[in-house]
Design a protein around this ligand. Structure first.
Ligand code: KG4
Ligand code: ZN
Length: 347
């Protein structure tokens, strides 16, 4: 191959049908169709509804991406797809589409890990990841701290959430504040008008907890504390200061995430921190990370918000890296694995 590989990436692990097209580390197209509006009234993603929406959106989104990139599908050198983790039925639609394309075009297929793709996407914006690099991965389903050297070979998990993921906490707290689903962007918006007036608990930061869970997270206690605080206000017949609660909750989440990430960087002597996943779109998390990292002598990289939330470009980015590093493609009987572990980057 004389030119950089042209890779098409397919993402269908949750409620976004994403098709991304990259040439090497250059982003050519990032088409996303979301079924979020169909789930909003249920207050969470309904798996069957998501699968059906992926089926309907797949071909139009593929067409839109190819048009934007100015390519024909026959130009593609490899097809990458999220093979897990995620909703089983939703993943299956993407994996089936990717197999059909790979077979029809006679091009290699790469089944990649959604979580690793959240890390890989940053290379489209900020160039190759430094080796080693620390990744704080915060999405709707996962929160982990990973040491990354060559992403295509795997990741070294340092810690993870022991209960709710950070994004899940945002969604649950938003719900109890009467904000729409998904809650993260709404908390972010509302918090900007509030003050940090309430000192909510920072999970797993006590000296005793740190002995066993130094780089782990816990957000369910925080969620319960917010619920109790709101209930007490309501019982007293007082108005709930939604913006202040949102700002104080957001501060507690970001404080723990950034504190533990920088502690991990210090522990491993790593000078570069990347933050990925939907929660990395949070404005307070981005600002706090940049500020505190600078004080700690750590460089921070965060993709632009549109590349933090689920999309196909991230899958294409990881696929392109697999091609560039000469990794063996997946078999055509590649399964979708809803509980694919974070350590399995290529399946
Ligand atoms: O990575 P992602 O798009 O999907 C998963 O892989 O789960 O992450 C979705 C999560 C949701 O919980 C959503 O509320 C949260 O990311 N999120 C945010 C923001 N934008 C999305 N959380 C906080 N602030 C935001 N601006
Ligand atoms: Zn995600």
């Amino acid at each position: 191959m004389t030119h950089e590989p042209l890779v098409l990436g397919i993402e269908t692990s949750c409620d976004e049908t994403g098709i991304g097209i990259v040439r090497g580390t250059t982003l050519l197209a990032d088409a996303v169709a979301s079924s979020v509006d169909e789930h909003a009234r249920f207050g969470g993603v309904v798996p069957e509804v998501a699968s059906r929406a992926h089926l309907e959106a797949m071909v139009p989104t593929l067409r839109r991406a190819a048009e934007t990139a100015g390519i024909r599908l026959s130009d593609v050198d490899a097809v990458a797809v999220t093979s897990g983790p995620g909703l089983a039925g939703a993943l299956l639609v993407g994996v089936a589409a990717a197999k059909a394309l790979a077979l029809g075009l006679d091009k290699p297929l790469y089944g990649v890990n959604h979580l690793a793709a959240h890390v890989a996407v940053d290379q489209l914006e900020h160039g190759p990841l430094p080796e080693p690099c620390l990744a704080l991965l915060v999405s709707g389903g996962h929160s982990s701290l990973l040491q990354v050297t060559d992403l295509t070979l795997g990741v070294d998990p340092m810690g993870a959430t022991i209960d709710d993921a950070a994004g899940e906490a945002f969604d649950k707290v938003a719900r109890l504040l009467g904000l729409p689903f998904p809650g993260g962007p709404h908390i972010d918006r509302v918090a900007a008008e509030g003050q940090i007036t309430i000192d909510f608990p920072r999970g797993l930061t006590s000296r005793r907890d740190l002995e066993r869970h130094r780089f782990d997270f816990s957000f369910s206690g925080l969620k319960t504390a917010v619920a109790r605080w709101v209930e007490a206000k309501e019982r007293a017949g007082e108005p709930v200061p939604v913006a202040d609660v949102a700002a104080s909750f957001q501060e507690a989440v970001c404080d723990v995430l950034v504190r533990k990430a920088l502690d991990a960087a210090r522990e491993r002597g790593i000078e570069d921190l990347m933050i990925g996943g939907g929660v990395a779109a949070n404005s307070r998390l981005r600002a706090m990370a940049v500020e505190r990292a600078a004080a700690a002598g750590v460089r921070v990289r965060v993709p632009r918000p549109g590349l933090c939330t689920d999309n196909g470009a991230m899958v294409a980015a990881l696929g392109a890296e697999m091609v560039a590093r000469g990794r063996t493609p997946s078999a055509l009987d590649l399964p979708a694995d809803s509980s694919l572990p974070v350590t399995t980057v290529l399946s």
